[in-house]
Design a protein around this ligand. Structure first.
Ligand code: ADP
Ligand code: MG
Ligand code: ZN
Length: 493
């Protein structure tokens, strides 16, 4: 920055002097000298910045990240704390200190952290949890200290108001303290991180924001998640078809594609792929094209690359088309029941894999979730059972995908009994004879199952056609589903 300015001013001054007829030679010499000095200073700066911690070289922007619309939106919202800090402080809002990105490997968490630095015009310093683990006690803790110091110094040197520290694999140092391995070194490192974050000034320059990533959020020490630490969690999940298409477009932007290549089919065939796998897919396809001496990447190359990445990396789950149809039918059952029991309650339906679930219906939580009436509990039991009932209705049989649903349904039935909402009347469920309790649970579930069957039977043709669409699209928004339900109801009436 400064160097460019000096160059510009120097050139302008020289021209001006020539214009006035003054000998500009001494000025030119001075300019060259200044320029050389600034180059040397920068070299030195680069040499002295971190051995372990890396600083970003090229800028990543949110536009370079495909899919992840929700995560990007949430992250940008959180980052406005840094961008509009005057407004934040005038309202007395406590600035954010830590953001936790959670999700499987290769979904773009590192990219997000880098984009966050670009978006907020911050310096970016990163380290990985495993780098803090050393043989010697205390080394990890001092590395944490160095990392924070580095971020501040770098921000000052580069004249930036804020710094983003990215800690990848935070679970390595942020695992539950004292538990399991009981490794003292990990504890000290974690303690140091907590101390640094607690001591972080939220008013003076530069503001520091810690962004951490993990795919094992369940492993983290609760102390890390407390207010003032990583109190903002953002899920970065595997992309659905739309997301994959977006990522493929980004990753092929610099590659020559044959005219007839339809990335949408490739997005469909790469079900369950992460962003990193999609990147590797496009790279493999380019290599295959080169091997055949082609100048453009063809559909066949991309198809072969899908298989190559799959075989190479052995992604755990990859349902067959039949299974996907079954999952769709199952999830639509849940969704229809949910919408019938409580209109506009479905927020999202998806058959893209999430964690160890093949499909998922996200419900908008009930406004007052403290007390439930009997009807509400019955409704929830119906929603839980509707997946299986829907499968049975369309395929004539059930599958093993619903064990979780049944656990949920029987827990709800148990709640009904212990709250005196069952046919047993007011009872002490604790002291109820085991077989009486079991019998009543069974009775409630059977009744609700029958009711669910009658409900879904009206929608059978609808489920049949919509499930095929869902297999194609992989996910459906709440709004689109509400609309569909309205049309179905109009047909039934
Ligand atoms: P993570 O940190 O979640 O493990 P990374 O951000 O390191 O994942 O992603 C690794 C590589 O995979 C990136 O450099 C990029 O090439 C590719 N990639 C991953 N997710 C995306 C995405 N959402 N959009 C574009 N490229 C992605
Ligand atoms: Mg990463
Ligand atoms: Zn289910």
């Amino acid at each position: 920055m400064i160097r460019e300015a000096i160059l510009g001013i120097g050139a302008a001054a020289t021209v001006f002097c020539l214009y006035l007829g003054i000998n500009a030679f001494p000025f030119v010499l001075l300019a060259i000298l200044l320029f050389a000095m600034s180059v040397v200073a920068e070299r030195k700066g680069a040499l002295t910045t971190g051995r372990k911690e890396r600083t970003s070289t090229h800028r990543v922007e949110f536009g370079n990240i495909g899919g992840q619309e929700m995560a990007k939106r949430e992250l940008m919202e959180a980052l406005d704390f840094l961008r509009f800090r005057d407004k934040i402080s005038s309202l007395g809002i406590r600035p954010l200190k830590g953001i936790l990105l959670t999700g499987p490997p290769g979904t773009g968490k590192t990219l997000m952290a880098k984009a966050a630095a670009t978006y907020t015009d911050s310096v970016f310093v990163s380290a990985s949890g495993s780098e803090f683990v050393e043989m010697y006690v205390g080394v990890g803790a001092s590395r944490v200290r160095e990392l924070f110091k580095k971020a501040r110094t770098l921000a000052k040197n580069e004249n930036k108001d804020s710094a983003i520290i990215f800690i990848d694999e935070i679970d390595v140092i942020g695992g539950k303290r004292g538990g399991g391995q009981g490794h003292q070194e990990y504890d000290q490192t974690l303690n140091q991180l907590l101390t640094e974050m607690d001591g972080m000034q939220t008013t003076t320059n530069p503001l520091v924001l810690v962004v951490a990533a993990t795919n094992r959020v369940d492993m983290l020490d609760p102390a890390l998640l407390r207010p003032g630490r990583f109190d903002r969690q953002i899920k970065v999940d595997l992309p659905d078809k739309e997301g994959r298409l977006h990522i493929l477009k980004i990753q092929t932007a610099n590659k020559p594609l044959a005219e007839d290549v339809d990335l949408e089919t490739i997005a469909k065939e790469s079900y369950g792929f992460s962003g990193a796998q999609l990147e590797s897919l496009t790279n493999e396809a380019a290599i295959l094209a080169m091997r055949e001496n082609k100048t453009k990447i063809e559909t066949e190359h991309l198809r072969d690359a899908v298989n190559k990445v799959l075989l190479g990396e052995k992604t755990g789950k990859r349902p067959s088309p039949d299974e996907l149809l079954r999952v769709s039918v199952h999830e639509l059952g849940h969704a229809i029941a949910s919408e019938s029991v409580r209109p506009n309650s479905v927020a999202h339906i998806t058959i893209a894999p999430r964690g160890n679930a093949l499909g998922f219906v996200r419900q908008i939580p009930e406004a007052d979730a403290y007390l439930y009436t009997k009807e509400q509990l019955e409704g929830q039991i119906m929603v839980a059972l509707a997946g299986t009932v829907s499968e049975e209705l369309l395929f004539g049989n059930r599958s093993t995908g619903a064990s979780n649903d049944f656990v949920q349904a029987s827990q709800l039935a148990r709640t009904m009994i212990s709250c005196g909402l069952s046919s047993l009347g007011i009872v002490d469920a604790e002291n109820l004879q085991r077989n009486v309790l079991d019998e009543e649970i069974r009775r409630i579930l059977a009744e609700m199952e029958e009711r669910t069957r009658q409900l879904l039977a009206q929608y059978k043709p609808g489920i049949e056609s919509l499930s095929k669409t869902l297999v194609e699209e992989e996910s459906m928004t709440g709004e689109a589903f509400h609309e569909w339900m309205k049309q179905q109801k109009a047909k039934c009436a």
